[in-house]
Design a protein around this ligand. Structure first.
Ligand code: XUL
Ligand code: CO
Length: 439
C-alpha cells in the first residue's frame, strides 16, 4: 500500500479557463494569474484541513460513516497514520493546495498515556516533515484537539477539574512544539468545549479567568519556544456546547482586551460559525477588521435551513465575493489563508468527491477574488460609502472627529442651523445591483 497511489484517478489539476467542461480542472483558479498585482496563489493561500478531509468518516447522528478511503485500514496504528499522511500529501500536491492544517489528534493516534501519545505525534511529525520537504506544501496552522476525548467532557481550559486544565496545557505545549518543528505559520485556539451546557452547574467568572490564564501561559511558552507564528482564536457561539465563550468576533475581542491579550492574537473567522452566531460572514469580518485583528479564514458555508454546523464547501460566489472584498481591503493575508474547514456530504463518499469539493471551493474563491477586484476597480461601491460620510470631512463633522466639539458647541451649532433633515438615501438596492453587474 505504501508505494501505491491513494488517488490513482486524480491527475494534477490544471487551469483550463471558464469554458472548460473538465470536472478535474480549474475554471477560475489560475495560481500564476495576477490580480491587483499579486498572484492568485498568494491572494488565496488555500489550505486543506486534515480533520474533515482525512479523518472524517462522514457519520451523522443517525448513521455510521460512509466514506470509502482505501489507503486507511481504520486502525489506530502509527503505521496507518503515516500512510494516511502520505495519501494526504499526494492529494494536496495533485490539487495544488499550498497549505494544510491539522489538530494533533488528526495526524497521530492517542496512546495509553500522555508520554506515549506524544511519542506517536513525534513519529508522525517526522513523516509530515518529509512530505512537506518533498512537496513544498506548508503548514498554515496547527491546533490541539481538546474536545473529542472523554477527559474534556467539562471543557479543557474551562473544565471544573484542575487536572484537566493541566492536561490541556501539556497537550497544547506539545502541539505548539510540533507546529514549530513543522514551520507552521500559525497556531489556532478553538475552544470546542470551552463553554457550558447549563449555568446551574457553572461558575462562569471562574471559568473565564481560567481561560485567560491558559492563553497567557500559551503566549509565555510561545516566547520561550521561539515560535514566531501567529496565534488565532476562532469564534463559534455553540455546538457542541449550548454557549461557547468565544461566541463571536466581538465577544473574542472583548475577552482578549479584558485579559490584556489583544496584541498576541488575531481571529480566524469561519463562515458557518458566523451564521450560527446569527451574523453574516461579512459582519464578522468587518468586526475583526475594525480591530485590526483579522488573521485567517476558515472557508466553508452553512445551510440556511439546517440550524447546525454543516461545514459545506463554499460554492456561493456572492459570499466568496464578499469575503474577498474584505481580504483585498485588508491588503491581503500575511500569515493566514483560506482554510477549507469543510466536509463533503455523507452521500459524497468516494475519494474523488474530495477532489470535486476542493476544486469547487477553490474556483468559487478565485471567481470571488476576480469579482471583488473588478468591483474595486469600478470604484462605485467605495465612492458611495465615502460620499455617504462626506459630512464628517469638514465643518462640524471634522471638528467632532478631531475631538474639538462638545455638547455645548454642538447645541450652539444646532440652535443656529435649526434642524438636521435626512439628506442621503441609503440606496441599498442600487448597491446590490452593482454587485450583480460583476457576478
Ligand atoms: C469546529 C471547527 C474546528 C476548528 C479547529 O467547528 O471549526 O475544526 O477550525 O479546531
Ligand atoms: Co474551523
Amino acid at each position: 500500500m505504501a508505494d501505491k497511489e491513494a488517488f490513482p484517478d486524480l491527475p494534477k489539476i490544471q487551469y483550463e479557463g471558464p469554458k472548460s467542461k473538465n470536472p478535474l480542472a480549474f475554471r477560475h483558479y489560475n495560481p500564476e494569474e495576477e490580480v491587483e498585482g499579486r498572484k492568485m496563489r498568494d491572494h488565496l493561500r488555500f489550505s486543506v484541513v486534515y480533520w474533515h478531509t482525512f479523518r472524517g468518516a462522514l457519520a451523522d447522528p443517525f448513521g455510521v460513516g460512509t466514506a470509502v478511503r482505501p489507503w486507511d485500514d481504520g486502525s489506530d496504528s502509527v503505521e496507518n497514520a503515516r500512510r494516511r499522511a502520505r495519501a494526504a500529501f499526494e492529494f494536496m500536491e495533485k490539487l495544488g493546495a499550498p497549505y494544510y492544517a491539522f489538530h494533533d489528534r488528526d495526524v497521530a493516534p492517542e496512546g495509553a498515556n500522555l508520554k506515549e501519545t506524544n511519542s506517536n505525534l513525534d513519529a508522525v511529525a517526522e513523516t509530515l516533515k518529509e512530505e512537506q520537504e518533498r512537496t513544498g506544501i506548508r503548514l498554515l496552522w496547527g491546533t490541539a484537539c481538546l474536545f473529542i476525548h472523554p477527559r474534556f467532557v467539562h471543557g479543557a481550559a474551562t473544565s471544573c477539574q484542575a487536572d484537566v486544565f493541566a492536561y490541556a496545557a501539556a497537550q497544547v505545549k506539545k502541539a505548539m512544539e510540533v507546529t514549530h518543528y513543522l514551520g507552521g505559520e500559525g497556531y489556532t485556539f478553538w475552544g470546542g468545549r470551552e463553554g457550558y451546557g447549563t449555568l446551574l452547574n457553572t461558575d462562569l467568572k471562574r471559568e473565564l479567568d481560567h481561560l485567560g490564564r491558559f492563553l497567557r501561559m500559551a503566549v509565555d511558552y510561545k516566547r520561550k519556544l521561539g515560535f514566531k507564528g501567529q496565534f488565532y482564536i476562532e469564534p463559534k457561539p455553540k455546538e457542541p456546547t449550548k454557549h461557547q465563550y468565544d461566541s463571536d468576533a466581538a465577544a473574542c475581542l472583548n475577552f482578549l482586551r479584558e485579559q490584556d491579550l489583544l496584541g498576541d492574537f488575531k481571529l480566524n473567522i469561519e463562515t458557518n460559525h458566523a451564521t450560527l452566531a446569527g451574523h453574516t460572514m461579512e459582519h464578522e469580518l468587518e468586526v475583526a477588521l475594525a480591530a485590526d485583528a483579522l488573521g485567517s479564514i476558515d472557508a466553508n458555508m452553512g445551510d440556511q435551513l439546517l440550524g447546525w454546523d454543516t461545514d459545506q464547501f463554499p460554492t456561493d460566489v456572492y459570499q466568496t465575493t464578499q469575503v474577498m472584498l474584505r481580504v483585498l481591503r485588508m491588503g491581503g493575508f500575511s500569515t493566514g489563508g483560506l482554510n477549507f474547514d469543510a466536509k463533503v456530504r455523507r452521500e459524497s463518499f468516494e475519494p474523488m468527491d474530495l477532489a470535486y469539493a476542493h476544486i469547487a471551493g477553490m474556483d468559487a474563491f478565485a471567481r470571488g477574488l476576480k469579482v471583488a477586484a473588478a468591483l474595486r476597480a469600478d470604484g462605485r461601491l467605495r465612492e458611495f460609502v465615502e460620499e455617504r460620510y462626506a459630512s464628517w470631512d469638514s465643518g462640524i463633522g471634522a471638528q467632532i472627529e478631531r475631538g474639538e466639539a462638545d455638547f455645548e458647541s454642538l447645541e450652539r451649532h444646532m440652535l443656529e442651523q435649526g434642524d438636521a433633515a435626512p439628506r442621503r438615501s441609503g440606496r441599498q438596492e442600487y448597491l446590490e445591483n452593482i454587485i450583480n453587474q460583476f457576478i
